[in-house]
Design a protein around this ligand. Structure first.
Ligand code: 13P
Ligand code: SF4
Length: 305
């Protein structure tokens, strides 16, 4: 079967089995082409809440599929490849953060959406990279415990000096691997290019950027900008998608370290097998986890909307 044949089969099965496919922007182009909704993690959470189909397939990583299940508990939600985790989401668990909360009892706990459903149950508000600054600004309490990403947290703190933001040593190892040396090299190679980076990068890298934002923010900035050359400081797939979308502009990746193995794990064939019903994992969460975790996601949607 060719890629086109597999895509046609997925489209047919989607209709036949009442399946809606959501795909994160880091997924491969052939997956994005058959998805009903695509975008960054904030957009996908808002889209997930609106889905009418009985079944949702989330082509992304596990915490994204869990978020769909929390927002649509009556639906069947599937992760096409069960190995697609997120190294950041797996760094901190409920037990660890329960202990930390005792040290900071008067702090509002803000959880990046890249956390497990179980951890979300003890957090106050969720944020995504595109909504973190706006949401933290709206939180009445000036004391914020921001978990797990210290780089995104530092970015928020730089934009909201009026807030007292406590950070823990967590984050995305893929984005955090990029150094100012990588920036120096990329800028030397492409002196006319604008540098666009994700806030999961280290603060000293973000400080050298022309724009810092979520995956959708980076894509929107690049599409709308009059500039012709860009260095993309997030997962390499975004550089590839932008090059496809804007053939008259040139996109370079900031570093070849920016490859997320988890996001690359899911293939078009995994997606096909999942809609066929021969692969994938249905996300099962107990009612209490769903109810408790939903509070902080609802709060994100309320404050971010
Ligand atoms: P976005 O919030 O930009 O979708 O990012 C999710 C993510 O996992 C980035 O590494
Ligand atoms: Fe998780 Fe980092 Fe991959 Fe995003 S890029 S899914 S934060 S491991």
């Amino acid at each position: 079967m060719t890629i086109f044949d597999i895509q046609q089969e997925i489209l047919r099965l989607k209709k036949e089995k009442d399946i809606c496919i959501l795909a994160h922007s880091y997924q491969a182009r052939e997956i994005l082409e058959v998805a009903d909704y695509t975008g960054d993690s904030y957009k996908l959470s808002v889209d997930a809440a609106k889905v009418e189909s009985k079944n949702i397939v989330m082509s992304g990583v596990r915490f994204m599929a869990e978020t769909c299940k929390i927002l649509s508990p009556e639906k069947h939600v599937y992760l096409p490849n069960p190995d697609a985790g997120c190294q950041m989401a797996d760094q901190m668990d409920k037990e660890l953060i329960s202990g930390v909360k005792k040290m900071y009892p008067d702090y509002t706990v803000v959880a990046y959406i890249n956390t497990t459903a179980s951890l979300k149950t003890i957090c106050d508000v969720c944020v995504t990279s595109s909504s973190a600054v706006e949401i933290c600004k709206k939180i009445e309490n000036d004391k914020i415990l921001f978990i797990p990403d210290c780089n995104l947290g530092a970015f928020v703190a730089s934009r909201l000096p009026e807030k007292e933001i406590k950070l823990l040593q967590g984050g995305c190892p893929i984005h955090a691997a990029v150094t100012t040396d990588d920036v120096k090299k990329a800028k030397e190679l492409h002196p006319g290019a604008l540098l666009l980076v994700h806030p999961e990068c280290r603060p000293e890298v973000a400080a050298l950027a022309d724009y810092v934002g979520s995956t959708s923010g980076i894509m929107k900035f690049a599409v709308e900008s009059d500039a012709k050359e860009f260095i993309i400081g997030t997962e390499i797939s975004i550089q590839e998608h932008l090059q496809y979308t804007c053939p008259d502009k040139t996109f370079y990746y900031l570093s070849n370290k920016l490859i997320c193995p988890n996001m690359r794990t899911t293939t078009l064939v995994d997606l096909y097998n999942c809609v066929k019903g021969t692969a994938g994992e249905e996300i099962i969460l107990d009612d209490k986890t769903i109810a408790d975790a939903k509070k902080c996601i609802d709060e994100m949607i309320r404050l971010g909307g």
